[in-house]
Ligand binder design. Structure first.
Ligand code: PEP
Ligand code: MN
Length: 334
């Protein structure tokens, strides 16, 4: 349930009052609160309309209260002078796995020189086989941090387990929750420990509602800065690694205020398809793109087949910026 407050009501004092009544409320905007706990008892809206601070009570149709569009219009995340969900396209680029200092320095330079905002790299890798490269761990995180710091790039790396949260948060700006962990509710709850924005990837078989409920776990834990990531789902098609569901972009824009990033690398599994699907994602209204990029993709330890090299990356950045600019000159709501 959303409560719209009368003008000049002290929202913090009112939240404390609601707490004494057995409810937990979270501020959604200047004038709205959302009740996040206490609604399991059969509470009638009249209970709130009768309070002198309340102007209106708005029912919430969706199960995801805090992530819903009814709760808030737009989330814009500010980080290192860049914005996610704002007026610029946020491009995250870098290798699937951090492999060496040299590799990450080259990636950081490529990202910066071509106008990307963020450098990615996995230090803990969720590999299907236990015999494959598992990542460099803390040493890798230090390399990512140092390479990005040189160019003031925003860093992002995956957390696979709650025991890694503090370590990854120490070195990186944004924590990534991978597709395999989207349903790991214990891990999602543990994210309340940190203030870092969270990039939450859609599970292989997750619906939009599943994704938004996973986001709800993080937001209700007190971390409102969630970025959703469409990275493809499993379908009966075997030609591509996954099927990149670009319906997700306009659908999620209707359902939620959270920014949406598209990952055409995992979404296709094929290097040749990354650029066309990145173009399509921007045209569909994505707030950002995450691509796997490597100075020499054929030598990448992981996901080389879907990783683009310097030439393709440069071309992609030029084209995406053109498409993004073009979109701003038309009305994107049509
Ligand atoms: C990744 O980003 O390298 C990754 C493992 O992604 P996903 O969780 O989408 O498979
Ligand atoms: Mn990968």
């Amino acid at each position: 349930m959303i409560l719209e407050l009368k003008p000049h009501v002290d929202a913090f004092a009112f939240i404390a009052r609601l707490e004494r009544m057995g409810f937990q409320a979270v501020r959604q905007s200047e004038s709205t609160l959302s009740i996040v706990r206490g609604m399991d008892k059969k509470v009638l809206p009249e209970l709130f309309t009768s309070l002198p601070e309340v102007a209106a009570v708005l029912p919430l149709k969706e199960k995801f209260k805090l992530a819903s569009k009814a709760a808030k219009q737009k989330t814009v995340i500010q980080i290192k002078g860049k914005t996610i969900g704002g007026e610029e396209l946020f491009v995250i680029a870098g290798p699937c796995s951090i492999e060496s200092k040299e590799q990450m320095e080259l990636c950081a330079r490529m990202a910066f020189e071509n106008g990307a905002q963020s450098l990615r790299g996995g230090a803990f890798k969720p590999r299907t086989s236990p015999y494959e490269f598992q990542g460099m761990g803390e040493e890798g995180l230090k390399i990512l941090h140092d390479a990005a710091a040189h160019y003031n790039l925003v860093t992002i790396s995956e957390v696979m387990d709650a025991s890694q949260i503090d370590l990854v948060a120490k070195y990186t700006d944004i924590l990534q929750i991978g597709a395999r962990n989207m349903h790991n509710f214990t891990l999602l709850k543990e994210l309340e420990r940190v203030k870092n924005p969270i990039l939450l990837k859609r599970g292989f078989a997750a619906t939009y509602q599943d994704l938004l409920l996973a986001a709800e776990y993080i937001i209700s834990g007190g971390n409102p800065n969630v970025i959703l990531c469409e990275r493809g789902i499993r379908t009966f098609e075997t030609h591509t690694r996954n099927t990149l569901d670009l319906n997700a972009v306009p659908a999620l824009k209707e359902l939620t205020h959270l920014p949406i990033v598209v990952d055409p690398s995992h979404g296709t599994g094929r290097r040749s398809m990354v650029l066309p699907m990145a173009r399509a994602a921007v045209a569909a209204g994505a707030d950002g793109i995450m691509v796997e990029m490597h100075p020499d993709p054929d030598k990448a330890h992981t996901d080389g087949a879907q990783t683009i090299g310097p030439v393709l990356f440069e071309k992609m950045m030029k084209e995406l910026n053109l498409i993004y600019k073009c979109l701003s000159s038309i009305d994107p709501s049509n």
